[in-house]
Design a binder for this molecule. Structure first.
Ligand SMILES: NC(=O)c1ccc[n+]([C@@H]2O[C@H](COP(=O)([O-])OP(=O)(O)OC[C@H]3O[C@@H](n4cnc5c(N)ncnc54)[C@H](O)[C@@H]3O)[C@@H](O)[C@H]2O)c1
Length: 429
């Protein structure tokens, strides 16, 4: 497979050209022939013009690439090595929703040929690739797994908004369904990954590695959030505590905050689901999820308490929320926990304005029914710095003073304004 690809006798396809799929497709397309497939024709049209619909890549990323963008599944027949990078979300019950993954697998199954490889990059629970996806591939291709086609798993570790840890600079974990495929898949990724490839011993090990990376972060952040709730009752600033504790060589550097997005806030639910299916209730994982999922409402409630404590009726008060995306320096608003802060405030009858330097007003309206403001409008009873976009770094008291009423409150979710607010009530996690 590696030789055929490198000699350009066959093509590599990427199914799902989002945050993960498009960078991979473009990177391979600098070295070998690529078919990039997505079900959304409007996204495909943008990519044909050298525009990343996810707003992560610069136009230069499209230069010098040999890639066919398509939403026609027939075009996938030109490829023999297929990479699946479609979303793996959870449903309203926080259970895995495999619909996009299985639909994409069906698409691949219909064009699969003898000798083809299918590698999954979508984050899944251990066992999903072979237990859920392989049967679909077999059913739609009428081919036999291991004998006629090979499968692998290679998790994606990119971190949205991170310009340093980019695809080629992160060690890539790869795996295959037998020793030959494991080696071929590793060699194919070595074509593009400068940081090197780690050959996991099995597909399940590779699936598990990815899911625990994010679950570990979720649990550690949940611990910080719990500490923040405890220290708040004691009148101690958590960030000051963490700074002091962080001087010990083996203290882990995690911070309290909102955990949203489609990775850290979602992946632990996949692991928890699988554990429960096997008869084990994962208390620690679920507890971490519960704590982190409660933080938006908690921040909202703390803000309301402070407003009431000033003698202001929440019904007559106004709050400005700065930042709507799920994390700093991205435009992605999906699964942003800022909405929980806003909901808590509006439940108390507070009028809330929301601003964000990068989020699309259209998407925010569609997803959350909120009209993003271009900027602050008038005076507020509290301003919540919810997401620390680079545009908000460096602001201090002088920014907030004109925006706040006499009794105004600054809520600093990530503690970045610590020591900078002297003339207003200040609160952080
Ligand atoms: N975004 C990240 O930073 C990141 C990091 C590591 C892992 N992951 C994982 O990678 C996977 C993909 O995530 P993403 O952020 O790239 O998602 P995304 O929503 O940005 O992109 C997914 C793309 O797949 C397309 N798609 C959906 N269903 C399809 C189908 N049936 N056939 C073809 N295309 C289809 C969509 O139109 C979209 O363009 C998920 O499992 C995610 O957990 C994401």
């Amino acid at each position: 497979m590696y030789n055929e690809l490198i000699n350009k006798e066959t093509k590599l396809s990427v199914i799902g050209l989002g945050y993960v799929g498009l960078p991979i497709a473009l990177e391979f397309a600098r070295k070998i022939k690529v078919v990039g497939f997505d079900i959304k024709p409007d996204r495909v049209e943008l990519m044909k013009k050298g525009i990343d619909p996810s707003n992560e890549l610069r136009p230069e990323a499209f230069n010098g690439t040999d890639i066919l963008y398509t939403s026609n599944p027939e075009d996938l027949k030109q490829a023999s090595f297929h990479i699946v990078a479609v979303p793996t979300p959870t449903n309203v019950y926080n259970l895995p929703d495999l619909t996009p993954l299985l639909k994409a697998t069906e698409t691949v199954g219909k064009i699969l040929k003898k000798g083809d490889y299918v590698v999954y990059e979508s984050t899944v629970y251990p066992g999903c690739t072979e237990e859920d996806c392989v049967p679909v591939l077999e059913r739609f291709s009428k081919l036999k797994y291991l004998r006629d086609f090979k499968v692998g798993f290679s998790p994606e570790r990119i971190n949205p908004g991170d310009q340093n840890h980019t695809l080629t600079r992160i060690v890539k974990v790869t795996s295959g369904c037998d020793p030959v495929s494991a080696e071929e898949i590793a060699k194919v990724y070595e074509i593009i990954i400068q940081a090197g490839v780690y050959r996991a011993s099995s597909i399940k090990v590779a699936e598990s590695a990815k899911i625990i990376e994010n679950t570990q972060r979720d649990i550690n952040i949940a611990f910080m959030n719990e500490l923040s709730i405890i220290f708040n009752r004691m009148g101690i600033n958590t960030f000051e505590v963490l700074e002091a504790a962080g001087t010990k060589w083996n203290f882990l550097k995690f911070y309290p905050g909102l955990v949203g997005g489609h990775c850290i806030g979602v992946d632990p639910y996949y692991l928890s689901y699988k554990a429960k299916a096997l008869g084990y209730h994962p208390h620690m994982i679920d507890s971490g999820r519960f704590t982190n999922d409660s933080m938006g409402r908690y921040i909202g409630k703390q803000t309301v308490k402070k407003i009431i404590a000033k003698g202001t009726n929440p019904n007559n008060s106004r709050v400005l929320v700065m930042g709507m995306t799920f994390k700093e320096n991205v435009t992605d608003i999906r699964n942003s926990k800022v909405i929980d802060v806003i909901k808590e405030l509006t439940d108390f009858g507070i009028s809330v304005d929301v601003i964000d330097p990068g989020a699309s007003p259209h998407e925010v309206k569609e997803e959350y029914g909120i009209d993003l403001k271009k900027g602050p409008e008038g005076k507020y009873d509290a301003v919540i710095l919810a997401v620390c976009h680079k545009e908000y770094m460096g602001i201090g008291e002088e920014y907030f003073t004109p925006l706040l009423n006499d009794q105004g409150i600054v809520v600093d979710v990530k503690g970045v304004l610590r020591g900078k607010i002297h003339n207003h009530t200040y609160w952080s996690l």
